[in-house]
Design a protein around this ligand. Structure first.
Ligand SMILES: Cc1cc2nc3c(=O)[nH]c(=O)nc-3n(C[C@H](O)[C@H](O)[C@H](O)COP(=O)(O)OP(=O)(O)OC[C@H]3O[C@@H](n4cnc5c(N)ncnc54)[C@H](O)[C@@H]3O)c2cc1C
Length: 404
């Protein structure tokens, strides 16, 4: 009897899982179910070159439709998976179809956190998670529009850079005391803040948005300290939450994401999960994490697919992330929590430097701004836990891989 593998979620992880399953010889029925109507596509350009119009929509999909046909992948797009019954091994779709599975992979991604203040439902208030959101922002963006962005994380700052590049007047409102507070060292935050300001973007830290005003459409953003910011449109980039609803309602273990083990298996042995929606163990760091990155979705999907085929592969990767803002490439390798010291290599004024997060002599993570050499060396040093000499590390003329 042929087995049926279902994959729910046609994003980064879903597309990769299909690829791996067929590449590794899975010959059974393979169905990819995606709520969005588009072929699985890359999200990173949505805040960058797709938003600015420099990258056409036909460049976003990972694969052409012909790939799925050639590999006998049944694409059910534009349809949401509504209910999961793990005991019966069935999945109910919004169109009423009920599919039986032998193995199920959940690649549900994350959903943008919504504003819940007064005026949050006014016109001109945007979120940025999918292609439809990017299209709606683009349709609303006029060259001299006043754009207010709530949230100074990756997505907020990348969007700010793109809107500025398109000639808009841009204000970023960040609640904490520095941009990229959750993901970057203070030196990196300060550097990016200065870069944005030098291009004419207003960045207001410590700004807590309490309401929006406007006549049908947003016209003004109000902050807790009594200040207000005029806006033609508002883009909200205040983070995302794991899309774990389908799993949770089916009784699978969930806790800030779908809980999976090191094999990407959920609390049900026939169901796997990968990507932004998972809470997974990181053997390297000895704790559970939920990550939102292309690398993590790609690698976890590969591992999950192999384990659906019974290969017994452990997901143990040092994660990495990137962000493009103007001509600046920020590369981050590793997870920085638990560091006990920070070491700056190089001079931010030269627009090429890195920040090392150390615990004792162990490098936990590194942030590299326009410095791919340090980033490449750090991959090896972190992965192999090679102890470093902090004094040598401080000297940027010594290559990182020699600071041992
Ligand atoms: C604007 C933007 C810029 C980004 N830039 C970067 C970057 O520069 N670098 C980086 O590393 N990462 C970046 N990311 C993050 C990266 O894109 C995500 O981490 C990655 O897409 C996660 O892949 P995924 O497959 O887990 O989820 P997704 O790609 O979000 O895919 C999940 C899919 O599942 C579908 N789905 C959910 N529930 C159901 C259901 N019940 N039924 C059917 N379908 C369902 C969703 O509609 C979605 O299509 C960015 C993200 C955004 C939004």
């Amino acid at each position: 009897m042929t087995s049926t593998f279902l994959i729910v979620g046609g994003g980064q992880a879903g597309a990769q899982a299909v690829d791996t399953l067929r590449r590794e010889g899975f010959a059974g029925r393979l169905v990819l179910i995606g709520e969005e109507p588009e072929l699985p596509y890359q999200r990173p350009p949505l805040s960058k070159k797709y938003l600015s119009g420099e990258l056409a929509a036909d460049r976003l999909p990972f694969r052409h439709r012909a790939f799925y046909e050639e590999h006998r992948v049944e694409l059910l797009l534009g349809v949401r998976a509504e209910r999961l019954d793990p005991a019966a091994r069935t999945l109910l779709l919004a169109n009423g179809d009920r599919l039986r599975y032998d193995r199920l992979l959940l690649c549900l991604g994350a959903t943008a956190r919504r504003l819940d203040c007064r005026g949050a439902r006014l016109g001109g208030v945007h979120y940025l998670r999918g292609i439809a959101d990017a299209g709606a922002i683009r349709a609303d963006l006029k060259p001299d529009a006043r754009v207010v962005i709530i949230g100074g994380g990756y997505v907020g700052l990348e969007t700010a850079a793109t809107c500025r590049h398109m000639g808009c007047d841009v204000t970023v409102l960040e609640m904490s005391d520095r941009v990229m507070n959750r993901v970057a060292a203070p030196a990196v935050s300060a550097f990016f803040e200065a870069e944005h300001r030098s291009r004419g973007i207003r960045i207001v830290c410590g700004a807590r948005v309490v309401g929006l005003e406007g006549d049908g459409r947003v016209g003004r953003v109000l902050c807790a300290d009594g200040t207000s910011h005029p806006a033609h449109l508002l883009i909200v980039g205040v983070g995302a939450a794991a899309a774990a609803g389908l799993a949770q309602e089916a009784g699978l273990a969930c806790d800030n994401g779908i809980v999976v083990d090191e094999y990407c298996r959920t609390s049900d042995e026939a169901i796997y999960a990968a990507g932004d929606c998972t809470n997974h163990p990181s053997p390297h760091y000895g704790r559970r994490v939920r990550l939102e990155s292309v690398d993590n979705a790609f690698e976890q999907a590969k591992t999950a697919a192999l384990n659906m085929l019974g290969r017994g592969v452990v997901h143990d990767r040092v994660p990495w992330f990137w962000s493009d803002q103007y001509d600046l490439k920020l590369l981050i390798i590793g997870l920085s929590q638990d560091h006990d010291r920070l070491i700056l290599r190089g001079d931010p004024a030269e627009r090429s430097f890195s920040v090392c997060h150390l615990r004792g002599r162990e490098l936990l993570a590194l942030e590299a701004v326009n410095h791919s050499k340090d980033y490449m060396a750090a991959r090896k040093v972190i992965g192999e836990r090679i102890p470093l000499d902090p004094d040598k590390l401080r000297d940027a003329s010594i290559p990182l891989k020699e600071a041992v």
